[in-house]
Write a protein that binds this ligand. Structure first.
Ligand SMILES: NC(=O)c1ccc[n+]([C@@H]2O[C@H](COP(=O)([O-])OP(=O)(O)OC[C@H]3O[C@@H](n4cnc5c(N)ncnc54)[C@H](OP(=O)(O)O)[C@@H]3O)[C@@H](O)[C@H]2O)c1
Length: 226
């Protein structure tokens, strides 16, 4: 069976990815900050858990080394943070901004760099990164959310370059918006639940080929303008 690796797999969309891939019989490498507290994840069959804070770059490199020789068919960069919601422009905290950039922009790139050889050695060779429509310039008609928007816009830019740089190795890289989902981050007013979002994103990942490389897709498969 193929292998998928998911970051931030203990709750929300990351957990649902682990759940659905495991149910389909995939080998699931589920990483999270505190596996000892990931009680729902612990109950899933076919899931191997690894402790990983994606912001700890040495730990990411060490895990890649520990898993060297293991082919990863699908790498899902899921872990992310919203950062402070209430900050107005006048209150912007640049240190906090840097922390959010570290997790949402730098860390997925570092994970991708470290695990690209595992993906290149696999059969499917796909990298999917959870971004957000809030990182789209074209979609920004309401302003605000400086920190989250810029972290996801930066993520889109680096993943576009990853798509170009790794294409010669046969890797297909796509960028995903999961919809507005009822998770801890999305809150209770989200429009869809995690199972629906993840079913859609898995379908987009499964049908991704070279022609989709470096493009930005909604969970329902429609394309999102940058
Ligand atoms: N929900 C939405 O409506 C929505 C919309 C657009 C985009 N997204 C994106 O979708 C992804 C998943 O979001 P979600 O809704 O599932 O959010 P969530 O419920 O808040 O879950 C976030 C996950 O990321 C993990 N995480 C945060 N910082 C981490 C770190 N430094 N190292 C490792 N894991 C870390 C969390 O782990 P801990 O439990 O340890 O904190 C948790 O597992 C994110 O990238 C988010 O930006 C979500």
């Amino acid at each position: 069976m193929p292998t998928v690796m998911i970051t931030g797999a203990n709750r929300g969309l990351g957990f649902e990815f682990a759940h659905q891939y495991a149910e389909d019989g995939w080998n699931v490498i589920a990483t999270c900050r505190t596996p000892e507290l990931a009680s729902e994840l612990n109950k899933l069959d076919g899931v191997t858990e690894y402790k990983l804070d994606v912001g700890d770059f040495d730990a990411v490199a060490q895990l890649a080394q520990q898993l060297s020789g293991i082919a990863i068919d699908v790498l899902i960069n899921n872990a992310g943070v919203y950062g402070p919601k209430a900050y107005s422009l006048a209150e912007l905290d640049y240190d906090v901004w840097q922390d959010v950039m570290h997790i949402n922009t730098f860390a997925p790139l570092h994970v991708t760099r470290c695990f690209a050889p595992h993906v290149a050695a696999s059969q499917y060779k796909r990298i999917a990164t959870l971004s957000s429509k809030m990182g789209s310039m074209a979609d920004n008609s309401s302003g605000g959310s400086y920190i989250y928007r810029s972290s996801k816009a930066g993520l889109n830019a680096v993943m576009k370059s990853v798509a170009m740089d790794f294409a010669p190795q046969g890797i297909t890289t796509i960028i995903l918006h999961p919809g507005w989902v009822r998770t801890e981050m999305g809150g209770p007013n989200g429009l869809i639940d995690a199972p629906q979002s993840v079913r859609g994103m898995r379908q987009v990942i499964a049908s991704a080929s070279a022609e989709h490389n470096g493009r930005f897709f909604n969970y329902d498969g429609s394309e999102i303008p940058w």
